[in-house]
Write a protein that binds this ligand. Structure first.
Ligand code: DGL
Length: 270
């Protein structure tokens, strides 16, 4: 039994870490497509082709359920994959819905009609491809009414994180928060809509100020996955081994991952 976790690079490790803590007995196969990161500046067709290839690799590794721990892939490819690509007996889930369920104070999987919620002004920080897809606003509109969303495309942040240049990432985050504040001076909540951004969560919170509630996906996705597997235990596939796979250079990727998670992580070639 194994669940697959996919990201364009290292960001999905924030989700993997939370899932591993919440579901310690479930083997997890992580695939980071570092050779092709960042996805956030790519065209939707390109993101779709890369995401289906990576998901197939995880199916081949014994996963029946794959989590796209990548907002960009969830925004640009997931719906198309679910409609026309995912084979029978397999399942692919994204990371938007658990976040939006939490923001709109719903139980996991509650699909009742949209309603008024306490949060009225939401700042969304995400990659350029996620922002231009408007997938977040679409999913939110299914669940809440009267919420004003201001999205900020955070160019450069993912590259800086993948390169391990945290000083540059810090400066870019602060300038993106400034840009957002010029459009929405007083957000109630901020969404870190890219799985790389929790690695910069303290900088976002510091730049936004203590009054802004910052929603980050990792724990929400882990809780929602635990709930899903409680209802669909058969979706834990036949794989028995945890593994970290990368399309990039395993040595370089292992070094960065070990630095981010502060424990030894060893990647192998995908
Ligand atoms: N971490 C990913 C996300 O959640 C992708 C970032 C990228 O590759 O641009 O969007």
């Amino acid at each position: 039994m194994a669940v697959g976790i996919f990201d364009s690079g290292l960001g999905g490790l924030t989700v993997l870490e939370a899932v591993a803590k919440r579901l310690p007995d479930v083997p997890l196969v992580y695939l980071g497509d570092s050779a092709n990161a960042p996805y956030g500046v790519r065209a939707p067709d390109d993101i779709y082709n890369l995401t289906t290839a990576a998901t197939q690799r995880l199916f081949d590794a014994g996963c029946d359920l794959v989590i796209l721990a990548c907002n960009t892939a969830s925004a640009a490819a997931l719906r198309r994959m679910q409609e026309a690509w995912v084979p029978p007996g397999k399942r692919v889930l994204g990371v938007f819905v658990p976040l939006i369920e939490a923001l709109t104070e719903r139980q996991w999987g509650d699909n009742s009609p949209p309603r008024e919620v306490a949060t009225k002004h939401v700042a969304l920080f995400a990659t350029p491809a996620t922002v231009s897809s408007r997938a977040f606003q679409r999913e939110l509109a299914f669940r809440a009414i009267g919420v004003d969303v201001e999205a900020q495309a955070c160019g450069g942040v993912v590259d800086a994180i993948e390169d391990g240049d945290m000083i540059l990432a810090d400066a870019l985050v602060r300038s993106h928060v400034d840009a957002l504040r010029r459009k929405m001076p007083m957000p109630d909540a901020a969404i870190l809509g890219c799985t790389h951004y929790p690695l910069m969560a303290e900088v976002f919170q510091d730049a936004l100020g203590a009054d802004v509630k910052v929603f980050s996906q990792a724990n929400l996705v882990a809780e929602s996955l635990a709930d899903y597997l409680g209802r669909r235990p058969e979706m834990v596939g036949p794989g028995t081994q945890s593994a970290f796979l990368t399309t990039g250079d395993p040595v370089r990727v292992s070094t960065r991952a070990t630095q981010f998670l502060r424990r030894q992580i060893t990647f192998q070639a995908a």
